[in-house]
Every structure is written in C-alpha cells, then in structure tokens.
Design a protein around this ligand. Structure first.
Ligand SMILES: Cc1cc2nc3c(=O)[nH]c(=O)nc-3n(C[C@H](O)[C@H](O)[C@H](O)COP(=O)(O)OP(=O)(O)OC[C@H]3O[C@@H](n4cnc5c(N)ncnc54)[C@H](O)[C@@H]3O)c2cc1C
Length: 415
C-alpha cells in the first residue's frame, strides 16, 4: 500500500468496487479498504437484479447467474396470483462470485483492494495540506451538495485497523461505500439518518430441497405475511431458493421479520433444509440530501441509493458508483474538486428523481389494506392477458389512490 492515493474508497461492495473501476480506468490512483476478510461475504441479499440495469454497467459473466427469471408472480393476501409481463427479465445472482469479480475488475482497471482493513475515522486536513485541489465553491451548490464547501476542514485520509494495528493512509477524495450501516458520511458531518419507517428490516434464508420453477420469482403481499413490505421467493436452481421478508421498521417493532419468514417457510416448504439465515436492513428512503461534501462522496446504500419501492440496491448502487467514479476521475484529471458536483446532478437526472416518485408510491401502496390489494389483483385478472403488464397493475392500483395519478403520469408517461 502506498502512503497516498487520489481516492480512498471505504467498502468493497458493488457500489464501492464499481466506483473504483470507473475512477481507476480513467487514470485515478484508487485504494479500496474492506473490513471483512472476504469481499462480498457474508451475502445479505436476495440477489435479484434486472438484466437491463445490470447490463448497462458491466458486461455480464454467466458464472454470476444462478437463475434467469422470466416470470414475476405477485400474490395477493387471499392468494390471487397476478403474473404481469415486465417486458424484460431478471437474474438471481451468485453474489459470492459476483462481488469477487467486481473487485477483480476494479483491480484490473488499476485499483488496489485490501481486505481486513477496518476504517475507524477520517483524518482532518489542515488548510495547507489540502491546497492542491481547488476549493468547491461556497455559493450556488448543486442539488445534493452543501453550501458549506469551504477548503479548510476537508479530510486528508482515513485511519484503519489492520491485524490489531492502527494505520493511516492519505487520499484527496474519500468515498463512503460502507453500506447501510455507513459511518463515514456521519463522520464527515452528513446527515445519513434513515427514519425507522423507511428502514426495511429483512430476514432471509437460503433453503434447499424445494420444488420450484427455476424461472419464476414470487412476491407475497399482505398484513399477515409482510406488513408494509413483501416476502420473496427467488429460485437459485438445483432445488435451492432465497426466501426472505422485508418489513418496515415500524412493523418490526411489533413482530420481528424472522417470525414471518419462519412461519411462511414452515407452511410452504416444510421439507426444506435451511442452509443460511441472514438479517439486515435496507434504507428504502429517498437519496441522502448531500452526496458530496467537501472531498467526501457517498455511494450505494451509504447514500440511500436503493430503489425505495422494490428495496433493490445492487444495480442502483452500482450506477451511483459509476457516476461518482466518473466525476472523481474528472476532478482528479482537471485538478478541480468542484467537478465532484457533477455526480449529484447526474444521479438526480438518471435515477434520483425517479426514486423520489417510487418513494411516494411506496408510501401510498403500504397503506393499502389487504382488501384493496385483493381487489387490485382480482381486477387485474379481469384484464386481457396482453394488458396484464406492470402498468396494467399500476393503473388498476391508481383507482384506489387518485393522488398517485399525476406522479405516475409524470414519471412513466402513462396515458
Ligand atoms: C436481506 C436482504 C435482501 C436483499 N435483496 C436484494 C435483492 O434481491 N436485490 C437487490 O438489488 N438488492 C437487495 N438488497 C440490497 C442490497 O444488498 C444492497 O443494496 C447492496 O448490497 C448495496 O451495495 P453497497 O456496495 O452499497 O453496500 P454493501 O454491499 O453493504 O457493501 C458495503 C461494504 O462496506 C464494508 N464496510 C462497512 N463499514 C466498513 C468500514 N468501517 N471499513 C471498511 N469496510 C467497511 C462492508 O463490509 C461491505 O463489504 C437486499 C438487502 C438485504 C439486507
């Protein structure tokens, strides 16, 4: 490890390694520090992604794919099954292989990745030690940046623990890619708090000995199954599946997510063997208000770049990582840190504004009582089969929430 890099990225998840790959490929010197001994382990994820969004960021390696999903089944509280045509397909990944490979691709692009390095603080720079980059202007901040972008008070690196030793390393830009439990953003003074109602509490088991169609994902809704959330069954091939539940933090105060999950598995897959049980949180909120502050940049779950409606954060975090990586490389190349402000602008344009709308839709959908969800399913099933698209489902849902109409027309161009 060198004493100094252009960029230090904290966390080797998909967002961090994608940011590293894009920044390094354009000439920045990049260091990724990961606290765990294995990149991508333990896997706390249902591993489902859409083919289109993944393909837009990385060439897909077939080794990453456990199952290709052609059918998506939405199951209402009373058991009505709607199978909308999503106009695309999905993958259930093998994240153990996927996350490793994203790190490998970052290294091939020129980044250094070090594991077992637990970052425990930021190093404050004196004004002089940070003088080589231009100050980020204090006025007219881009959306997602603060006006408080003074030159002094920027950070000059991080301290980290490695095999019981405390070490430091310097970097001109620090990237917080440290996931849902991110602390780097907070250390830099950024408000990354997630309200309890928006923090999905998840529990998931990877099970074997199940008889499933390998090309169909199932999503169960209802107050008894997954209050303010949903339960998923994602096949992984060879009689295996990721079965998990995500419920709002408000709901989990009454009954823990794991209890809904156990009950479902006992009933639906009584002969299954449980190979892994994991729990974790997903910030199903809008993107944090400040993506860039001084020389600190937030990506992925640390920036709340998860799709708030679906809870999927793999590809959206990678897109955040890519946009941040490109802005970082440009800022380093031009020796102008104000160019970091392109990242929040691009994020908002490509995804952030849509996530705001998904967030409002989530808030409305989660208030639907079970009877409304059943009613929507029954009415969708009355549609001609070719009209049973995801928009057909939404249009039917709209009748129950007229306030959503305008939002959806704006976002999706529905007529
Ligand atoms: C149960 C569950 C199921 C999910 N299912 C899906 C799904 O099916 N599809 C989907 O798209 N998304 C899913 N998600 C969300 C998805 O897993 C995350 O959005 C995604 O992993 C975010 O990537 P990231 O790189 O931002 O963070 P992470 O993948 O969490 O990576 C952050 C990394 O930072 C490291 N780190 C943290 N702190 C430090 C530190 N101080 N020093 C050094 N390293 C540190 C961590 O060890 C970790 O490796 C699920 C989440 C959960 C909990």
């Amino acid at each position: 490890m060198k004493p100094r890099y252009d960029v230090i990225i904290v966390g080797a998840g998909p967002a961090g390694t994608t940011c590293a790959r894009y920044a390094a490929a354009r000439g920045a010197s990049v260091l990724v520090l990961e606290k765990d001994r294995d990149v991508g382990m333990p896997v706390r994820c249902g591993e489902a992604v859409s083919n289109r969004s993944l393909e837009s960021i990385v060439p897909i390696d077939p080794r990453w794919i456990a199952a290709t999903i052609k059918r998506f089944r939405l199951i209402s509280p009373s058991g009505h099954i709607v199978e909308p045509d999503l106009g695309g397909y999905g993958y259930v990944l093998e994240r153990r292989i996927f996350d490793y490979d994203l790190a490998r691709l970052a290294v091939e692009a020129g980044a250094e990745v070090h594991t077992k390095c637990y970052v425990d603080d930021l190093l404050r720079a004196t004004p002089a030690s940070h003088a080589e980059g231009k100050a980020i202007p204090a006025t007219d901040p881009a959306p997602g940046t603060t006006a408080d972008n003074a030159q002094d008070g920027a950070w000059k690196g991080v301290s980290y623990q490695w095999k019981g030793e405390r070490r430091t390393v310097e970097g001109r830009i620090i990237v917080a890619a440290d996931g849902v439990e991110s602390r780097v953003g907070k250390w830099a003074g950024i408000d990354t708090t997630t309200h309890m109602r928006d923090m999905e509490t998840c529990a998931q088991m990877t099970i074997s000995n199940v008889d499933l169609e390998d090309d169909a994902c199932e999503f169960y809704f209802g107050n008894d199954t997954a209050p303010m959330g949903y339960l998923w069954v994602f096949p992984k091939g060879h009689g295996m599946a990721n079965v998990g539940v995500g419920i709002s933090g408000m709901a989990s105060k009454k009954t823990a997510a794991i209890r809904y999950l156990r009950r479902f598995i006992d009933q639906r897959f009584p002969d299954a063997a449980v190979l892994t049980t994991v729990a974790g949180g997903v910030p199903c909120a809008t993107t944090v208000g400040t993506l860039v502050q001084r020389n600190v940049v937030l990506v992925g779950d640390a920036a709340h770049q998860v799709n708030p409606l679906s809870g999927g954060g793999i590809t959206s975090g990678m897109i955040g990582g890519k946009l941040a990586g490109e802005a970082i490389a440009m800022a380093i190349e031009k020796n102008d840190l104000s160019l970091l402000n392109n990242y929040p602008k691009q994020w908002r344009k490509e995804i952030g504004a849509k996530h705001d709308t998904y967030y409002r839709m989530k808030a409305a959908v989660y208030k639907f009582p079970d009877a409304t969800l059943d009613d929507i399913a029954i009415n969708v099933l009355k549609l001609r089969e070719d009209k049973r698209t995801i928009w057909g489902v939404f249009r039917t849902a709209l009748r129950h929430q007229p306030a959503l109409v305008w939002e959806m027309v704006k976002t999706f161009g529905l007529k």
